[in-house]
Design a protein around this ligand. Structure first.
Ligand code: ISL
Ligand code: CA
Length: 557
């Protein structure tokens, strides 16, 4: 058992645009966050992961950065950020910044220079290629649809952008670019920040020659040529030597398409790269072969398989991050629980399910209130570039059925996570006194922080208790995981083991009652209930009739 503070911590993700507006312009800002630190302290949070607040033209809401060492005007000033950092540190909390260095904005000075001529000193900061027979250099599609290449007249070449065309990919092959990034990271760490969440960090190394994707489509998925590419570990080890190893900090890499074997390299125990990564495998269980918009009902069996694989494969070799939603994903209670009849019960069950696993838990803003997905009537009400591009491609250009595509947006659209945080039942949910940049979810009258803080049975206080338990019991952080009742299609149950002790975690994932049967191999003298989302009577744990979405955690000795 290798103790680390970042294993014992709970992280809370703030998406600043939607968190809290302090000046009535309808856009969340840094002062808004600072005004809510005590709320987060009360919840028990140790670390805040702050989605990008850097200068940006906001083509992708801050994930397109035009100056890594300046703050976006709408969010405030560098002084505001320093104040936030101070106020967090005063309360023993930490700040993890988002680091977006697979790409920059096309308005970053590096790119402005790079575009000018083939011999500009910044040319090789980006990935430029001549066309092939009047077409793009290869057939890769971007994450946001269409080609991953954009033609630029000035030099008659194309540049690579795996995301929007305003997010050109940086060329990590260039040692000068790498050094600039390390210096920038050091500058932030010297300012006193406590870590980095690294955006799509496993995409930074592209395969030699940038070969076309094998699929037959005009623009096709070329992931195998840029996910976990040939030099990615070399770069991260260099970054670790040059920067990360010099600080006591927390790092998590966002890694779509990483296997558990990849994860063991990125998040190895020797700390030569990162502390942990975000996997996407459990986020893919409700997608068909057509990708995220190809809706498919998820199965508990698949969730068990994926989670158990990550728990077991990383055991003793790496470290997991634990999350069920973030700013790119639907709300967990709508996706994996029941956001109507069993709203509170299922939100608490899912929290139990996740927080009792081995890894560092991440809470996405509003999750602690049970915030849900949203259904806007028209596509104009949405803001997200991914939604807008997809709608244009499928409905306007592709003539697909409007209603069918809207359903996909309701299930999977990123704006589900980005509606403003619901603070109270006043107009605009207390998020802003102006007009919010994205409409609030109409259910704010019921689901809001004010109500939660006034009700001792709220989801908020349930999270608070889960977090307290983590501080109290080493087994919650360090115990090894084992799945039980593997074939049950309603109950997800598992144990954690540390020395002589066991934790028994029982979760009913269905809106029906379900019988939990204790496996014979589990022996114990005493069973002590640590937390549950229903009132409990003392009961024999060998057979439990679970209520809908019921969850219980026992400490067995
Ligand atoms: O959101 C996704 C699926 O809807 C992912 O494909 C997502 O685009 C991918 O995981 C990368 O996400 C990160 O980088 C993007 C940014 O748009 C996301 O918000 C960010 O989390 C580009 O910087
Ligand atoms: Ca504001």
């Amino acid at each position: 058992m290798q103790r680390k503070w970042w294993k014992e911590s709970v992280v809370y993700q703030v998406y600043p645009r939607s968190f809290k507006d302090s000046n009535g312009d309808g856009i969340g800002d840094i002062k808004g966050i600072t005004s809510k630190i005590d709320y987060l302290k009360e919840l028990g949070i140790d670390v805040i992961w702050l989605s990008p607040v850097y200068k940006s033209p906001n083509d992708d809401n801050g994930y397109d950065i035009s100056d890594y060492q300046a703050i976006m005007d709408e969010f405030g000033t560098m002084e505001d950020l320093e104040e936030l950092l101070d106020e967090l540190h005063k309360r023993g909390m930490k700040l993890m910044m988002d680091l977006v260095v697979n790409h920059s904005s096309d308005e970053h000075n590096w790119f402005v220079e790079s575009k000018k001529s083939k011999d500009n000193p910044y040319r090789d900061y980006y990935i430029w290629k001549p066309g092939e027979n009047g077409q793009e250099p290869n057939n890769w599609t971007s994450f946001f649809g269409g080609s991953a290449w954009q033609y630029d007249e000035t030099t008659d070449e194309y540049f690579l952008h795996l995301f929007s065309k305003k997010q050109p990919d940086l060329n990590w092959e260039n040692p000068k670019l790498r050094k600039e990034i390390y210096d920038m990271m050091t500058w932030w760490l010297e300012k006193g920040i406590d870590g980095f969440r690294m955006d799509v960090i496993n995409l930074i190394s592209k395969a030699d020659g940038l070969p076309s994707a094998p699929g037959g489509k005009r623009y096709d998925w070329g992931g195998e040529f840029f996910m976990n590419g040939p030099r990615v570990h070399e770069y991260l080890q260099e970054m670790n030597r040059e920067v990360l190893s010099k600080y006591d900090m927390i790092t998590v890499g966002e890694c779509p398409g990483a296997s558990t074997d990849d994860a063991i390299k990125y998040a190895n125990n020797e700390d030569t790269e990162l502390n942990m990564i975000f996997t996407f495998e459990h986020m893919d269980i409700d997608s068909g072969p057509g990708g995220k918009w190809d809706l498919k009902p998820w199965k508990l069996k698949d969730l068990k398989e994926v989670m158990t694989k990550w728990q077991k494969d990383l055991e003793g070799k790496g470290w997991n991050s634990l999350y069920l939603n973030n700013h790119d994903q639907p709300r967990m209670v709508s996706r994996f629980g029941n956001d109507e009849e069993y709203h509170d019960q299922s939100a608490k069950m899912l929290a139990t399910f996740l927080h009792m696993m081995q890894g560092t838990p991440y809470i996405y803003q509003g999750e602690e209130l049970g915030m849900t997905n949203v259904r806007f009537d028209s596509v104009e009400e949405y803001n997200d570039i991914e939604i807008k591009n997809m709608y244009r491609e499928k409905v306007i250009e592709g003539k697909e059925d409007h209603q069918k595509v809207m359903e996909a947006i309701y299930e999977k659209g990123r704006d589900n996570a980005r509606t403003p945080v619901q603070w109270d039942d006043s107009e605009n949910a207390g998020f802003t006194s102006g007009k919010p940049w994205l409409n609030v979810n109409p259910n704010y009258k019921v689901i809001n922080a004010k109500n939660a803080l006034e009700n001792k049975d709220s989801i908020f206080y349930y999270y608070q208790k889960l977090i307290q338990l983590r501080k109290e019991y080493d087994i919650i952080v360090y115990g090894t995981y084992d799945l039980i009742m593997e074939d049950d299609d309603k109950i997800y149950a598992y144990t954690r083991t540390l020395g002589e002790e066991k934790l028994l975690v029982i979760c009913n994932f269905s809106s029906e009652t379900a019988d939990f049967v204790l496996p014979e191999h589990i022996n114990y003298q005493s069973a002590n209930l640590l937390i549950s989302n229903y009132e409990q009577n003392s009961e024999d744990i060998s057979l439990i009739a679970l209520k809908p979405y019921e969850s219980r955690v026992y400490l067995l000795k």
